[in-house]
Design a protein around this ligand. Sequence first.
Ligand code: IPE
Ligand code: IPE
Ligand code: MG
Length: 250
Amino acid sequence: MGDMGDIDANLELEGIDPSRVPVHVGCVMDGNGRWAKKRGLPRTAGHSAGEEALMDTINGAIEVGVKWLTVYAFSTENWKRPPDEVRFLMRFNEGLLLKHRDELNDKGVRIRFTGRRDWRVPRRLMKRMDDSCELTQDNRVMTLTVAFNYGGRAEIVDAVAAMIADGVPASRVSEKVIKSYMYYPDMPDPDLVIRTSGEYRISNFLLWELAYSELVFSDVLWPDFRRCHLFRAIREFQSRDRRYGGVEGL
Ligand code: IPE
Ligand code: IPE
Ligand code: MG
């Protein structure tokens, strides 16, 4: 019973109401390049340092009882970066999967990927993604969705194209039908979206889904992000009054 690690964890969880933990947390993992630059390192060193941040955030999310965690790993706009950095990110993500998927599987994490499957994503990485999804598909402790080659506008474009291809008549178009054409119709909308590195924008993350998400912006650069920052964001979330366009307290 209770070693020091548990005691620390309990202290960190203090002030969080376990009955109002956000079901779905989204995370825009930003600031890797700046973290590296501050240390005189290449940008890619910042991406590498993001690994520990990601694993600690995942473990913290499981600990606090988040059921869905979606992390933005590569956007449809990130192809604009120098080819070396893009290549690094592809290899890095493949390596991350190989290194952590068994441990995530043991913890009951279901891994999924959201985004466009296009020819620019190396086939080996695509295969690792598919394998990880298959391996973990029956897990239900938490669903970790990695947004990779993901763009919120691209998702809407793909949904509209699929609806037209299916011959959905204009009279049947509704929010419910559009949702059913999104990449993962079973995914609940995020309750809380966190963006690190002091940038106050969405950068094409989950545009349709975050209509009523609470947004928390943190100045911490992603490689320095840890579960304590996640818990802080959840406390902030719990202090907000979500009205959904209605009136307070009803
Ligand atoms: C986020 O960090 C990681 C990705 C977008 C892949 P950045 O690489 O955007 O870091 P900054 O914003 O340049 O500091
Ligand atoms: C958003 O960060 C995308 C990811 C974190 C993967 P960016 O660094 O690409 O966003 P901008 O360019 O600052 O808007
Ligand atoms: Mg950035």
